[in-house]
Write a protein of this length. Structure first.
Length: 224
């Protein structure tokens, strides 16, 4: 499974890509507004940190296809390679996806709450489709079931689109999403850190060091 950072915070992005196997960064208007800064400069800064090997996903604000398409070309031109335009799965968004995918603009379909929304986006040219796990759970739905049914639909229909599961609030949701067929997950840095954390791992490391130091002395590593 691919991991993405769901943040526009520069410190989180720098730390995330230094420590973890991160494939890219996803943003949305809310995430960008949290940084309270010039969004174009922010996006350029993020892009320069990511380079061309990691992808950057930027959401269009337009609510009609024409505006979405214009924003998509602008952002694509501004930021260069490996940029995905996030487009909500409203009818105007689907119309924009069909048009943009024919012109080789990369698309991440977003604000996805049902498997059929995901399938329609996939058939309209989206490379990634982002179901919102926690937001589904919060209205007494089952985000993991949505992912699993979407996965089965994508397999049955032989679509090339990948499920980029989003809106996570805990590691159990991420784990179950990966088992349910999510090809990728976008998460805040804090959840990435929780994914790797286990108290027994830390206790084990402490005990290894203690046993070693008891015999070989403090700060003695394997190095000569
Ligand atoms: O853009 C997608 C985000 O992952 C949504 O996450 P959120 O439900 O925590 O706002």
């Amino acid at each position: 499974m691919e991991f993405f950072l769901d943040t526009a915070n520069i410190n989180s992005i720098k730390k995330g890509i230094e420590y973890y196997p991160i494939s890219g960064v996803t943003t949305n208007p809310t995430i960008i507004s949290r940084e309270k800064t010039n969004f174009i400069e922010l996006l350029k800064n993020i892009k320069s940190i990511l380079g061309n090997n990691k992808s950057l996903h930027v959401q269009a604000l337009g609510t009609n296809a024409k505006n979405i398409i214009e924003e998509a070309f602008y952002i694509n031109e501004l930021l260069g390679d490996n940029v995905y335009i996030k487009i909500p799965v409203i009818p105007e968004g689907i119309k924009a996806m069909k048009s943009l995918s024919e012109k080789n603009i990369k698309i991440t379909a977003t604000a996805v709450f049902t498997p059929q929304q995901g399938l329609i986006a996939a058939k309209s040219g989206a490379t990634y489709v982002a179901p919102y796990v926690n937001r589904i759970d919060n209205i007494s739905g089952n985000g993991i079931n949505v992912i699993n049914e979407m996965y089965k639909l994508f397999e049955a229909e032989k679509t090339q689109a990948k499920i980029l599961a989003a809106s996570f609030k805990n590691v159990e949701q991420i784990h179950k999403a990966s088992l349910a067929g999510a090809h990728s997950a976008t998460i805040p840095l804090e959840l990435m850190e929780y994914l790797i954390f286990h108290p027994l791992t830390d206790v084990s490391v402490e005990n290894f060091i203690k046993d070693w130091e008891d015999l070989y002395g403090k700060d003695k590593t394997l190095l000569p």
